[in-house]
Design a protein around this ligand. Structure first.
Ligand SMILES: [Zn+2]
Length: 370
């Protein structure tokens, strides 16, 4: 396997690999452009599809415009075919990473046949003086940095924080996904992708705000290094933000302008950004009124903040503890431990109490008040 296909072979299904190789061999890769850090290819399938492949810190990132990839973001045969073509062209290799021997080993098998690369071009290094040996790792890193900035045109990358309404409702915990998208060569943004994050991902982020947020998200997670992982040095991009951190992380995330609320099940591309509302917390007010015919009581609720009132049905999301999401904003909610009332009244709209049970109800109600 070649140096690129090797990197992603765990992620690509056997069938996609097989079909991708067939595509490559029969010349379905119609056009390919690239350099040390990115590749743009056009692959002829049922239609012509655009494939992008990037290398960022040793990870291969890819996308394809075919329906299969767009649906599941699983790497498809077009991506595999484009990888093979990129290997043939020698793209996506950083010059400083490659000695002549490694380059030979890196050549795709289609070029070198079954020759045993181990017999090729073994260099016999001349012994270096002691000080040079000591400094070698440092010098190597320095050269790598320099040549990276010289050669690499790492695509502009943007982090998007997605608060998933459905997951948050189901789990009653604040669920945030860290999605990413790259600027394409034509200047527009690519699709948002939910992909694993390197354990030192924050070091790769150009915006200091993102570095801070991602570091907090990583720090808030206790199970970072547990569980099965196809990459030992990466983590799932789904985070649950514990309540004590809401006040810390949400204002930072919203301030980037890249925090979005996912209401329907989309991949986040269409979701509107949300703002942090730093005002006083909203509070639940219960209203008990006589029902029209005097036959009993009707209990309804509103959210109140100062003079402002909001229908309980209005927020897209309420979270005990608490947060209220409405009108593209996230504000605090002070539920005084009676979040159950909010859920109940949101679900039912109101609560009817027969007149003869009025006293018992009021007594029960008083137990909740403070
Ligand atoms: Zn595809």
């Amino acid at each position: 396997m070649g140096y690129l296909t090797e990197k992603i072979s765990d992620e690509v299904g056997r069938l996609a690999q097989q079909r991708g190789r067939e595509y490559f061999v029969r010349g379905a890769v119609k056009r390919i452009e690239g350099n040390a850090s990115s590749v743009d290819a056009v692959v002829q399938g049922a239609m012509k599809y655009d494939v992008n492949i990037y290398i960022v810190d040793d990870f291969l990132d890819y996308s394809c415009t075919c329906p299969y990839f767009q649906r599941d973001l699983d790497p498809c045969k077009h991506i595999w075919a484009a990888c093979l073509a990129a290997e043939r062209e020698g793209y996506l290799i950083r010059a400083e990473d490659v000695t002549s021997r490694e380059l030979f080993e890196a050549l795709p098998e289609v070029l070198i046949g079954k020759a045993n690369p181990k017999t090729a071009l073994v260099k016999n290094p001349t012994p270096a003086p002691g000080w040079k040996k000591q400094l070698q790792p440092l010098l190597g890193a320095l050269e790598a940095d320099e040549s990276r900035s010289r050669f690499a045109t790492v695509p502009e990358r943007e982090i998007v924080y997605i608060i998933d309404v459905r997951d948050t409702l189901t789990t009653e915990r604040l669920n945030v996904e860290v999605a990413q998208r790259d600027r394409k060569m034509n200047g527009t943004w690519g699709r948002l992708k939910i992909k694993r994050l390197g354990v030192h991902e924050e070091n790769n982020l150009p915006d200091p705000a993102d570095r801070k947020i991602v570091a907090i998200l990583f720090g808030s997670r206790h199970e970072v290094f547990y569980g099965y992982s196809s990459y030992r040095d990466s983590v799932s991009p789904d985070f649950v933000i514990p309540p004590p951190l809401w006040d810390v992380v949400l204002p930072l995330m919203c301030a980037t302008g890249r925090c979005r609320l996912r209401v329907a099940s989309t991949n986040g591309d269409e979701d509107p950004p949300v703002q942090w509302d730093d005002g006083e917390p909203w509070e639940l007010r219960l209203k008990v009124a006589r029902e029209g015919d005097g036959e009993g009581y009707l209990v309804t609720g509103v959210l109140r903040r100062g003079e402002a009132e909001m229908e309980l049905a209005k927020p897209v999301l309420l979270l005990a503890g608490g947060l209220v999401f409405y009108d593209g904003r996230i504000a605090r909610l002070s539920d005084h431990g009676v979040f159950g009332w909010i859920s109940l009244l949101r679900a039912r709209g109101s609560l009817s109490i027969p007149r003869e049970e009025g006293d018992a109800f009021l007594t029960a109600l008083l137990r909740f008040s403070r």
